[in-house]
Design a protein around this ligand. Structure first.
Ligand code: ADP
Length: 218
């Protein structure tokens, strides 16, 4: 059976989640307090409803408990976001993802029982900053405050060199998890594997070590 999603708040973030889930063939209920927003989504989402989700009875009447995953994408109104999340936790929704506006908001959401808190503006800022420092950084995934996974594009400076020659592990304390070459992907590459211009290298390590390696090698 198809998974059932509900997205609350149809601002920029919520709208793009709704559209992407629909594109992936999921069943999506789109909810907003604003009638115009809901009308806009009537033809896009599987269902669309006008509702103030800070009201427990309204939430229950949407049958929100039956959804596999609820995404709270209420932006600026932190109070509404927190209250909605609290109601969802109390009703017993199985999986709740919430967008946080700032670190304090994130802390409260974690405390009251959100399963996952996302911070899209901050995460995108980090990604873009890494991409500005080194244009060879293609993608960046923060694992914790200290550790990340980064996708780097190999340029002529590493062309033909093996991982042992580049000394990725000993000099930088980083591990190459995979090398993508065209459609091929080499998982856990051997130390004597050479890199070629255009390869995409997926590296895991501490942020400061990754940055050192980016600056020296890429
Ligand atoms: P973004 O930063 O992602 O664009 P916005 O703050 O612009 O987010 O949008 C958040 C949406 O959440 C708005 O469309 C707003 O009407 C909706 N919203 C705010 N409070 C509630 C609430 N209590 N119930 C339902 N939707 C709400």
């Amino acid at each position: 059976m198809k998974k059932q999603f509900a997205v609350i708040g149809l601002g920029r973030f919520g709208s793009s989640i709704v559209k992407e889930l629909v594109d992936q063939g999921m069943q999506v209920l789109a909810v907003d307090i604003n009638e115009d927003k809901v009308n806009e989504f009537a033809g896009i989402a599987t269902h669309a409803a006008i509702a103030d989700t800070t009201d427990e009875n309204t939430l229950r009447s949407l049958g929100i408990r039956n959804f596999d995953h609820v995404i709270v994408a209420i932006g600026d109104n932190i109070q509404s976001s927190i209250l909605t999340t609290l109601m969802l936790v109390e009703i017993g929704v199985s999986h709740i993802t919430v967008k946080a506006q700032n670190d304090y908001h994130e802390k409260v959401l974690n405390k009251i029982g959100a399963d996952k808190v996302v911070h899209p503006e901050r995460d995108m800022g980090i990604r873009i900053a890494h991409n500005i420092v080194s244009k060879n950084v293609l993608d960046y995934l923060e694992l914790s405050d200290e550790y990340s996974i980064v996708e780097l594009q190999a340029g002529p400076q590493v062309h033909g060199k093996t991982l042992i020659e580049l000394d990725v592990r000993a000099a930088y304390g980083c591990n190459v998890m995979a090398v993508k070459r065209g459609d091929d992907i080499h998982v856990s590459p051997a130390a004597d594997e050479a890199l070629y211009t255009g390869d995409v290298i997926i590296v895991i390590g501490a942020d400061r070590d990754i940055t050192r390696m980016e600056l020296d090698l890429f």
